[in-house]
Design a protein around this ligand. Structure first.
Ligand SMILES: [Fe+2]
Length: 367
């Protein structure tokens, strides 16, 4: 990709294609002292009140800078590299990280180690890259005192408080309002599908784990979606179209949201899975449509619950599991509460935290 000039026009060349860059697109990016706040990089003007019919009086490229005099008297020196980076979408960091599909054979994944100040280190950049590639990451030796998970979450971004509080404690308790607080097996599920928006990332921190069972399980919803799409396109189709209601009732709140079990983005690519078959209610469709939906959901559940796609590991004291709640399903194997203590703490953060931190570290270390 190249920037060229012709008759006071700025052109970009990409392969055999040559197109003019709209002068107002360039004017919006004016970066002189009158136009841009140097600290916040925010505009000092409102482009919506300017005349769109702006012209270019003079333009030249000098020392990798595009120097423009606009017809309204504004001057600007724009970095050619920055323009090319924006045009080639190289600055879309997150979407450029390839999502790597995995199944049950994925058992030698890299684990990271906690150290003081890790959130501002290159190690955190690697942690977050790995998180975006695989949908989860495990960090060993995270301090277990004083609800440290909240500090950890806030060192990446901001903890996402819910009606469960800033964080929640996962241990078996009498009369629980959720099966998580028993010692029963938990089948693969995504958390909180009834919230709008659904919490993006769950952090789960092992404070103590003395029982033999209680293994953590993970399934890559992205892998399973691709399998379903390939082998059962009619099931994939119905599960990406029919919206179901997810509902959670507690004594002082009723949470409800509608979504497909597999959501796609505007380019029909994988976006999010929600799966929690104790909480979903499909609307009454005609009998044939429901027949297809129920068969599709059963197949999806069979795949999620199949040993072929699930990994299983034991979280030890200090281990912190960070997982993408839009991509992965998680669960645990049953345990015997009489064998000892099993105590995990959890909390949520959203993608603005992980994405913001990743971009910040990229900038900080010029990566
Ligand atoms: Fe959960």
């Amino acid at each position: 990709m190249k920037i060229e000039l012709s008759n006071k026009k700025v052109l970009f060349k990409n392969g055999g294609i040559v197109e003019e860059i709209h002068p107002f697109w360039l004017r919006e990016r004016a970066n002189g002292d009158d136009s841009l706040d140097k600290i916040s990089q925010q505009r000092l003007f409102d482009p919506t009140i300017l005349n769109i019919e702006i012209g270019i009086k003079n333009v030249k490229i000098n020392d990798e800078l595009l120097e423009i005099d606009f017809s309204d008297g504004t001057n600007s020196k724009l970095s050619v590299d920055k323009i090319i980076s924006e045009l080639s979408k190289q600055d879309l960091l997150i979407s450029s990280i390839p999502k790597i599909q995995w199944d049950s054979s994925f058992n030698n994944f890299k684990k990271f180690n906690f150290s003081e100040g890790v959130s501002e280190s290159k190690e955190m950049y690697e942690i977050l890259l790995s998180f975006y590639k695989y949908g989860f990451v495990i960090i060993n030796n995270v301090p277990t005192e004083n609800n440290y998970i909240v500090n950890f979450a806030n060192s990446i971004g901001s903890v996402r408080r819910t009606n469960f509080g800033e964080h929640f404690n996962v241990k078996s308790i009498p009369n629980p309002n959720d099966l998580a607080y028993t010692s029963l097996k938990l089948s693969p599920h995504t958390d909180n599908p009834y919230r709008n928006p659904v919490p993006c990332i769950q952090l789960l921190h092992c404070i103590t784990n003395e029982v033999k069972g209680g293994y953590s399980t993970l399934v890559d919803g992205f892998t399973v979606t691709e399998v379903l799409k390939k082998n059962h396109p009619n099931f994939y189709d119905v599960l990406t179209k029919v919206k179901v209601k997810f509902k959670f009732i507690d004594k002082d709140v009723v949470l409800e949201d509608w979504s497909e079990l597999i959501s796609l983005d505007d380019k029909k690519n994988f976006k999010q899975v929600r799966f929690s078959p104790r909480l979903d209610y499909v609307p009454l469709l005609n009998k044939n449509e429901l027949d297809l939906f129920y068969n599709a959901r059963k197949k999806l559940s069979d795949l999620y619950n199949s040993d072929k796609y699930s990994i299983e590991f034991k979280l030890e004291k200090g281990d912190l599991l960070m997982m993408n709640n839009y991509r992965l399903l998680h669960g645990r194997t049953e345990f015997d509460a009489n064998e000892g203590k099993r105590f995990l703490q959890g909390c949520y953060i959203d993608f603005d935290s992980s994405e913001g931190k990743l971009r910040h570290l990229k900038r900080k270390f010029s990566l």
